[in-house]
Design a protein around this ligand. Sequence first.
Ligand code: CA
Length: 518
Amino acid sequence: MGPLYVRVHPRDNVAIIVNPEGLPSGTEFPDGLRLKESIPHAHKVALHEIGTAEPIVRYGQNIGFANRPIPAGAWVREEMLDLPAAPVLDALPLATAVPPRLPELPGYTFEGYPNADGTVGTRNILGITTTVQCVAPTVEHAVKRIRSEILPHFPGVDDVVAITHSYGCGVAIDAPGATIPIRTLRNIVRNPNFGAAPLVVSLGCEKLQPSRLLPDKRLPSASVSELPVLEDEPYVIRLQDSELHGFGDMVAAIMRFAQKRLKELDGRRRVQRPASDLVVGLQCGGSDAFSGVTCNPALGYAADLLVRTGATVMFSEVTEVRDAVHLLTPRAVDEKVARDLIREMRWYDEYLAGGLADRSANPTPGNKRGGLSNVVEKALGSIVKAGSSALMAVAGHGERVTAKGLVFAATPASDFICGTQQLTSMNMHVFTTGEGSPYGLALVPVVKVSSRTALAERWHDLIDVDAGRIATGDASIESVGWEIFHLILDVASGRKRTWAEKWGLHNALSPFNPGPVT
Ligand code: CA
């Protein structure tokens, strides 16, 4: 490969080095640009001279101000940029440039498991809910035994999952912040991939009582000696119940109820459903400077295809939207949706301020190694995965998304917390990465897309789609977008499994708890 850089927008005065080994000082590009110094792969080169206090422009947007003169051909490094102020939330344009409705894309379907509440599963999973971390190891022990001793008798069921988490007790359960983890857990119990009524394991003395987790359900305290009659009501096993004599009894009770649920689930069969029944959660993790050029635009293209079928596409990660929010509020379908988006930005600004942090706390050492100078550059590359359609709705942290089309579901940017919160609604997940993460979830399939070919080659048994081919010109944004779209339909239908599924990679559920711990 000859020397190659990629410039995203005609206004940009910096570009990204494509050559995987980086380029040495003195390298001359076909357009006459000559490197003043060696520049690593994915890092930025100044395309012409940039004076002190002049904006550094990428994606056609100001990502910072030069704090020294930067000659053409120089390596534009993190410390040369002063962070611009975040967009002022009171002065944002509201629904001023609503994109026209994208043309419909009929005829695309997948095979899924319809649920009574109208949602459709992409997997047929028995979830065992826990109200508190205290019971987690016991439930995990039981699940290990259920997997090896009972599940093989029910080939129609994909898996048994312990829905364990760090919440449930030792917290100020009535504090305003507690609303978020509680509704997150409540909605995860309703994930479309759990076809049966909830099976809940409680300790007994915890603050998050089963009636608080599932307030709209009738909760029979399941007798350990008898199986409940009602199939559509949750079962609750309380480990402190006097009927349970020791650990063996607890495990046996969980296994017995699980067996009954597995029998119900085993009778379910996939049926053809329109692609509009998909609820696809998008996020990025371990991003690099290519993320905004390759994997995220390709995912944005796939997001538009999904929206055109009538599906729901969720994007999230407040701190990676905050610096690009001025590009999103004009796209809101109406002023209310724009204000809802601003509300989520403001809430997070205040949350960060309360912890004496600001948005500069977001980028990681890996982001910076990957050529991302600051959170503005990261955000501009991140929101590209939201495609080009109108923003139809905004959901607060842990709220269930019911709208169709493009939806912003507020979450922190942390991969495992964002994934946890998106599980309140999604039946498919797509994760883009530059530096790489072997991320996966137990509840929904995770399709992983790499920003660079080098990562896809090194992690050949973890990355499902290589979007790096876009930077080298071996593929287009459109072709990789279609590839992601078709893979989503295949994986949703169970025809294909993702690498994370093959290896059983299940990141722990991590509900976001902004409330006090006692
Ligand atoms: Ca993330």
